[in-house]
Design a protein around this ligand. Structure first.
Ligand SMILES: *Cc1c(COP(=O)(O)O)cnc(C)c1O
Length: 362
């Protein structure tokens, strides 16, 4: 069957080059070859995250490390900042881990603002807070800098940040932000196959984790640190992912980080322009739109054009592209188009042409 190119917000399209690297012959995960491989990418991972801390590789999707962060860092009570399906779910996951947890819920489409977080943290009830930088379900990018700035006021609170659909597309300066955890699954903005998550912890997070009972083994942050010091992972990693990541990092630094960020802004603008041209409005509150995906309003909010989304998706698919029909409670009343990963102005121009054709057939 002909491959349908993915423009859903994850997994995204994986290039032939990355797939070639992914299928490299296996090596032992305790071998010198593996240690050399991990050691060779560690400085690039640190550069990507603007950090001096060691960057860890977890063989799991993002949820593994998201749950791990709760188990490693929440002793008292966690505040879950909620503005869409993924951030809402983190509250559910916190409770399932047996932790005391409180929601800070804003309407879907709105960002998380520091002022609201500040009010909650000021109660003194919390020793951790979860925050999703780019809420993939609503296409909202919450302002990370203003959130992170609160850390100075609440140094004992663990600031846990999900950058799954933003890392590598926008600058995330871990050390300068001063937050405690940043994590990103590989199948979104990194454009690798699903199944691995990269993450980094502050010294304070590692110290706190060491004091926590019941943090388990597979996602024990202390184990990740101990092993990373030897260029290893606690358990057998997906070695194919490490090769794919090495290949991707080479590409990322050949392009240059600033150029990569600019490319995402540009390709994202092209999709926003496409939406506007057809009379659509965007779902996110103005000024907080993601640059890695576009969540297009299709009746979820007043104003703008409304179409038959499943029919549109089918027409787009016939031209070789898969777009997303909306997530969770805004399925159908929104739809989403991703520009994450390797997309270029020319590939997005081709996509927009296909979208135009599909619109004409509706
Ligand atoms: C996709 C996504 C997740 C969950 O990732 P899994 O790979 O399903 O574990 C978490 N957070 C955000 C922002 C995401 O986009």
């Amino acid at each position: 069957m002909a491959h349908v190119k993915l423009h859903i917000p994850g997994p995204v399209e994986v290039s032939e080059k990355t797939l070639q690297a992914f299928r490299s012959p296996m090596i032992g995960h305790r071998s010198q070859a593996f240690k050399d491989l991990y050691a060779s990418i560690q400085p690039k991972l640190q550069q990507l995250l603007y950090t001096k801390q060691l960057v860890f590789l977890s063989t799991s999707s993002a949820w593994g490390v998201m749950e791990g962060a709760i188990r490693n860092l929440v002793a008292k009570r966690v505040l879950n900042c909620m503005c869409g399906a993924f951030s809402d779910k983190w509250h559910d996951v916190s409770k399932r881990c047996g932790k005391e947890a409180e929601p800070l819920q804003v309407p879907w489409g709105s960002p998380i603002r520091a002022e609201a977080v500040d009010k909650m943290l000021a109660t003194g009830r919390f020793d951790a807070v979860t925050f999703i930088h780019n809420e993939t379900s609503t296409g909202v990018m919450s302002p990370l800098e203003e959130f992170a700035a609160l850390k100075k006021k609440y140094p004992d609170v663990m600031f846990i940040v999900d950058c799954v659909s933003s890392l590598t597309a926008v600058k995330v300066e871990f050390d300068a932000l001063g937050v405690d955890v940043v994590l990103a699954g590989t199948q979104k903005a990194l454009a690798l196959p699903p199944g691995m998550t990269i993450f980094v912890c502050s010294k304070a997070a590692l110290e706190k984790a060491a004091t926590m009972k019941d943090r388990g083994y597979y996602f024990d942050f202390v184990e990740f640190q101990k092993n990373a010091e030897q260029n290893m992972t606690p358990s057998t990693p997906s070695i194919g992912h490490v090769y794919a990541l090495a290949s991707k990092l080479e590409e990322i630094f050949a392009e240059g980080l600033e150029a990569r960020y600019a490319r995402h802004r540009k390709t994202n603008q092209m999709i926003r322009d496409w939406a506007a041209k057809h009379g659509f409005t965007l779902f996110p509150e103005k000024g907080f739109e993601s640059v890695t995906l576009t969540c297009i309003n299709n009746g979820a909010k007043p104003g703008g054009r409304v179409i038959d989304v499943p029919k549109f998706q089918k027409l787009v698919r016939e031209q070789g592209y898969q777009i997303d029909g909306g997530y969770g409670k805004i399925k159908g009343t929104t739809f989403r188009i991703s520009n994450m990963g390797d997309e270029t102005e020319s590939s997005i121009a081709q996509l927009c042409e296909a979208l135009d054709k599909a619109m004409a057939q509706l």
